[in-house]
Design a protein around this ligand. Structure first.
Ligand code: FES
Length: 102
């Protein structure tokens, strides 16, 4: 059994030179928000949900991106509403958010 039921990785990579990167699209703030929300909902921790930073995951043009394991489901997002939907639907109810999936 996995140590975490769901492990969420937010790319927070910052690039120089004007290349597309998640760090320029608010990823750190959304990562912080997701961490705070999972804690507030009581689903953060061993056996439940973990939210982590990641470096570049190679899908920069589609970003900002996050990926949820163990499913390996990739999402993009724009704002807190999108993060709330991923938490509510995917992390709490196990349903993929097709509208945000990449
Ligand atoms: S900078 Fe986020 S996937 Fe490359």
């Amino acid at each position: 059994m996995s140590y975490y039921e769901k492990h969420v990785f937010f790319c927070t990579n910052q690039r120089d030179g004007g290349k597309a990167c998640c760090g320029d699209r608010g990823s750190s703030a959304m990562r912080d928000y997701a961490k705070a929300r999972t804690k507030a909902l009581g689903i953060a921790g061993a056996g439940r949900v973990r939210v982590n930073n990641a470096g570049c995951m190679g899908r920069c043009e589609e970003g900002p991106v996050l990926v949820v394991y163990p499913e390996g489901t990739w999402y993009t997002y724009e704002d807190r509403d999108d993060i709330d939907e991923i938490i509510e639907e995917h992390l709490l109810n196990g349903r993929v958010v097709e509208a945000l999936k990449i």
